[in-house]
Structure formats: C-alpha cells, structure tokens
Write a protein that binds this ligand. Structure first.
Ligand code: AMP
Length: 495
C-alpha cells in the first residue's frame, strides 16, 4: 500500500532527498543469459544483485526460441517477482532490466525490457545509458508514421531495428546502433540469439560471464558473483557480441579503439563496491580516492566519520592515509522507504533523522572530518552538519572524494539541471558557509584524472566535474531526461 500525505516543507524536502539518494540511483542495470534451463530464475537473481542501479521498475523477458514472454512491474525485484511470475517465464534464454528513469517518465510502459514483434521475429531489449539524439530520431520516425509505445529513449533502438532493411537480426541491430549517439550498454534477445553491445566510448559497463555452459551478460560483476558465474571478460567499447547455440562471435561494426570514456562516477558512486569495472575493483578505487583526499586536504582532527554508505570507502582510505581513527559515529537506517508518516507536530530535523542519527557519546567535544563522495544540492550535508553540532561536535571539516559537481550528466546518470547543483552556482567557500562547516575540501580534478590514468588505466568521462562532454551535447538546453516526451494518460501501477 502507498501512503500519500500532506507534507511539511521540511519533510517534503527530506522525501525529495530520500527519493534522490535511494531512488534516484537511477541509471539502469541489465542482465541476460543464453542457454540455461533456469534462465528466468537466474535473471531474477542477477537483477537482485543489480538493484542499486534502479529501483523504480524491473522486468524479465524469457524466450523459448519461438516466443518471448514478459513480466514487467513497478517496484523492486524482490517485491514484484514471485514464484508464479517466474514460472510463467519459460525458456532457456532471458534478459532483464532494473530501471530508474533518466529519459522518459516513471511509468510502467517505460519499464524494460522493451519487446516488439518484427518481421524478423520477436525482439526484446534491455538498455543502460542515454541516447543523446533520441529526440531527433524519434521525431523523424514519428514523422514517417512510427507509433511509440513508451516515452523511453531506448525504444528508438527497437524502432530503428524493426525498420532496418538488413537481412539478419544482428545486421539490423548493428544498423540501428550505428544511428544512435551517446551511451548504451545493451542486452538484446532475438528468437535464436542474445546480443550484447557497448557504445564506442564505453560509458557504461557490461561484463560477460559463463554459468553451466550458458553465456551471461551483466552490468556489473557483482551479479555474476551472486549466480556463481565465472567472469569471462568485459564487452569492449564498440563491440557487439552475438551469442547463438552456445557460441559467441565478436563483431566490431562501430569505431574500434575509439577513445574510451568510461563514466568515472560509476566508480565513485553508482557501482557496487564489490564489482570490478574494466578490471578495477570499485571499493579499492574509492579507498584510493580517500587516500588522495587525505594528502590533498589534511586536517588535524580526532576522528574520520563517513556519511554512510556513500562516503564509507573513501573515509577508510582517508583514515589509513592520515592515521586518524575511523569511526561510524553517524548511523544510517537502511530501511528508509520513499514514503513515511510524519506526526502532525513537526519534529526538528525529522527528515535527516529518518535516515541518519549521530551517536552523541562518541561525538561530544570532538573535532571530526566528515567524508562523502559528492554534494549535489547540499541538502544532506546541511542537515547532517546541524545534527553533528547538536550532538556536541566541536569542529566539522567536510571532505568530498570527488571534484565539485558542476555539470549534469547526459549519458545516463540522473543529475539535476546544472543550475540546481550547489557547486555550479557557488564557490567552495560559499558552499562551506552554507553547509555550516569549519572547512570544506574537494578532491581536485587533476588528482582524479591522474589517479584514473594511473590506477584505472582507462579513459574516463568526467563531464559532470569538468564540463568536458565527449559526445557533443547542448548544455544550455534543458536536460533531455527531464523534458522528453510527456505522457498524457494515467498509468496502472501493475501489470
Ligand atoms: P545532496 O544532498 O543533494 O547534496 O546529495 C548528496 C548525496 O547524494 C550524497 O550522499 C551522494 O552520495 C548522493 N548522490 C550523488 N549523486 C547522486 C545521484 N546522481 N543520485 C542520487 N544520489 C546521488
């Protein structure tokens, strides 16, 4: 059941923030398996591991080689898939998706995988990333009579494929992806094959694994771990893998060896710490950023405190490097949901206390360095600093394990328009003052870039920190993900 209540401005802001932190984790996660007797069940588990990549809707499409059967629903994987739903998803092949809308609206019709019947057979697509020319392609196709069933950018790929005049489904898919620009990591199911692909910049991850002879595609390796699959390798930027009858063929229809632009924010925030992206462990890199931060912005304090869970690994790195004790004196409630009931009598700092609480006995009279991975609007930290002061903290020094977030993401990370980013409008010292902190230090862009080159050894996209967008976008336009196609009807909440 969903509650909808009149909200006080404070709780409204808090809810928005919860929405942001817990449900705005946006982007998407994709999973696929080809040639396994329990394809749908395994996909369910894979999506379970990828839940952090999208909590708004999820879906699985299974194929028995002739027919595709879909189950899509709003909500979390564990809440929407039961035995009954899974047992209906018959066949040895499946693709799945978890989503938080970055392009298109939050509606069931936008849940993925998106399916279509084409003259070449059924096709289902699960997509992670943002297509930057989706609006233009959509307008062009609509001008020629195409009817779109969703408002998601991913659907343009399916339309292009369905309309392609190439002979085989894989050629038609290649035809489609040669027309789209931006970020895509895709798992696609045809009647007899599973296709995986990444855009030439390789913005979003996609890994290949094996399980009992079946091939597996997953956004992150943590999904392979959960199902007990072995990691084979990553799908390379610009690569298309075609999996049919247990064999994998690798095709390079798009620019090969184009400069890579892996989203550095995947490392810093999105991906699960136990995943390896391009061969690098996420947790290890986050700790490394904390170590660099400690060297760049040392401060004499009594303890290092993370904003859980986002600042955890960096805080450990900071503590290791500085020799200052680490303490989780700010506790997080992991069961916070999107809606909660606030008593009529408003409670001070209610919003932040729902999620975090300070342990006074550890903090009273202390000087602390508080670590988080990013500041978006500043809402969280303003409240946390006030809470720490109320708990008796003498000095609060904030350290952020990334550079100031000054730009929106156009490639699949849900960030607000840049005007809403606190660092776009304000200097570091102004932000420090707004947060009420004694000092504020961000990791330098140079430090991030140097460590990416030395530690990660991959080309990165850091557009949200630098404004350098590798695939051209119009930064003065409203974000496509916020203003794309408007739907006009109501949507049922379950299928
Ligand atoms: P804010 O309170 O608006 O400054 O948000 C900062 C918090 O949001 C930090 O704890 C981050 O870990 C988290 N965060 C950063 N980027 C995102 C994002 N794109 N979506 C959701 N949460 C984010």
């Amino acid at each position: 059941m969903k509650f909808s209540l009149p909200l006080t401005p404070d709780s409204e802001q808090a809810l928005f923030k919860e929405h942001q932190a817990d449900h705005f984790h946006d982007e998407c996660g994709v999973f696929g398996i080809h040639g396994h007797d329990e394809a749908a069940h395994i996909t369910y588990l894979g999506l379970y591991a990828l839940q952090h990549r999208g909590q708004e809707s999820c879906g699985i499409v299974a194929s028995n080689g002739r027919e595709h059967t879909a189950h899509r629903a709003m909500g979390l994987v564990a809440d929407t898939f039961g035995e009954k739903a899974l047992s209906r998803l018959k066949g040895r092949h499946a693709v799945g998706h978890v989503r938080y809308s970055t392009a298109g609206e939050s509606l069931l019709r936008n849940a993925q995988p998106i399916c279509a019947n084409t003259d070449g057979g059924p096709v289902s697509i699960a997509h992670n990333g943002n297509i930057v020319n989706a609006v233009a392609i959509r307008r062009e196709l609509e001008g020629r009579g195409a009817i779109f069933g969703s408002t998601a950018d991913s659907e343009v790929m399916l339309h292009l494929l369905a309309r392609s005049r190439e002979a085989t489904m894989e050629e038609r898919f290649i035809d489609a992806i040669s027309r789209v620009k931006g970020a895509f990591s895709v798992a696609l199911l045809t009647d007899d094959a599973m296709i995986g692909a990444r855009d030439p910049s390789g913005f979003r991850p996609l890994s290949l694994g094996r399980l009992d002879g079946a091939w597996v595609l997953a956004s992150e390796t943590c999904a392979l771990d959960l199902i007990g699959a072995t990691f084979e390798r990553d799908v390379e930027p610009g690569e298309v893998v075609v999996i049919r009858r247990g064999r994998l063929r690798s095709l390079w229809p798009l620019a090969r060896n184009a400069p890579q632009h892996f989203c550095v924010f995947e490392y810093m925030y999105f991906a699960r710490p136990d995943s390896n992206l391009s061969g690098n462990n996420v947790y290890a890199y986050r700790k490394e950023l904390g170590r660099i931060l400690a060297r760049e912005h040392a401060v004499p304090v009594d303890m290092v405190v993370p904003v859980l869970d986002s600042g955890n690994a960096a805080a450990l790195g900071y503590a290791e490097e500085s020799g200052i004790p680490y303490d989780t004196a700010l506790i997080r409630n992991h069961y916070v949901r999107r809606t909660f009931i606030e008593p009529a009598q408003s409670i001070r700092n209610f919003g932040v206390k729902v999620k975090h609480n300070a342990i006074r006995s550890f903090l009273d009279g202390k000087r602390i360095v508080l670590i988080d991975d990013s500041i978006v609007r500043g809402t969280t930290l303003i409240k946390i600093v006030a809470m720490l002061r109320a708990a008796g903290v003498r000095e609060v020094h904030i350290r952020i394990s990334g550079p100031p977030s000054v730009g929106s993401c156009y490639y699949g990370v849900d960030t607000p328009n840049r005007e809403e980013l606190i660092a776009y409008r304000h200097s570091v010292d102004e932000i420090r003052e707004m947060l009420g902190a004694d000092s504020l230090g961000y990791l330098s862009l140079e430090g991030l870039r140097r460590s990416a080159a030395q530690e990660l050894k991959v080309g990165i996209c850091d557009g949200c920190f630098s404004g350098d967008y590798p695939v051209p976008v119009n930064v003065d336009e409203e974000l496509p993900q916020l203003s794309l196609f408007r739907a006009v009807e109501d949507e049922p909440t379950s299928e």
